[in-house]
Design a protein around this ligand. Sequence first.
Ligand SMILES: Cc1cc2nc3c(=O)[nH]c(=O)nc-3n(C[C@H](O)[C@H](O)[C@H](O)COP(=O)(O)O)c2cc1C
Length: 204
Amino acid sequence: MAKVQIVFYSMYGHVYQLAEAIAEGAREVPDTQVSLYQVPELVPDDVLEKMGAKAARQAFADIPIAEPARLAEADAIIFGTPTRFGNMCAQMRNFLDQTGQLWMKGALVGKVGSVFTSTGTQHGGQETTITSFHSTLLHQGMIIVGVPYTVQELTNMEEITGGSPYGASTLAGGDGSRQPTENELAIARFQGKHVAEIARKLCR
Ligand SMILES: Cc1cc2nc3c(=O)[nH]c(=O)nc-3n(C[C@H](O)[C@H](O)[C@H](O)COP(=O)(O)O)c2cc1C
C-alpha cells in the first residue's frame, strides 16, 4: 500500500479544487491510500473576512489540519500553494519551517515530492512558485516528480490554461472569479496518478 498525502493551503478554494482533482487521480492507482490535509491558517479571522476569504474557506473546513510529524508516514507528498509574490504562501512556509526535526532524522529522504499551484494572473509566477518550492524538497532529500509532456493537455494552445511540466496549476483571475478549467483539472488528475504510480514502484 502506497501512502500519498496531499498537503495544501488555499485562501479562496482554487488550490483546494486542484487538490481534490489530484486526489481523484491518485485514487485511480490500486493499493494507494490518499489523504488530504490543509496547513494551519495564519491570517486573523477579521482580516480573512475583509479579504473575502472566510466564506470560501468554509467549503473545505472539514479537511483535517496537517501536522509536520505526519509527513513521515507518507511515501509521497504532493504540496499545493497559491502564489504570493512568485513564491509559496507564508502558511505553507511556516508549516515547512516546522519540519526541522524530520530533516535532522532524514525522515523524508527518498519520498516522492511534487508541487502544484494557483496564481491570480497568467504570468504571475506559477513556475517560480513551484521550482522555488523544490529547493525545500531537495533539502529534505525528496525525489521530485512533475508532469511529463505525455499529458496532451500541457500542449493545449486553444485556450489560456495553467499546467506545466513543473506541476498542475490554475489561474484565479485578479478577482478570483476564474475557476479551474477541465484542461487544468485533467493535468491535476494526471499529476496525482503519476505521483501515486511512482510511489508504488518505490514501495515495492
Ligand atoms: C499577498 C498576495 C500576493 C499575491 N501574489 C501574487 C503573484 O505574485 N502573482 C499572481 O499571479 N497572483 C498573486 N496573488 C493572487 C493569488 O495567487 C490568488 O489569490 C490565488 O492563486 C488563489 O488561489 P486560492 O483560491 O487557492 O487561494 C497574490 C495574492 C495575495 C493575497
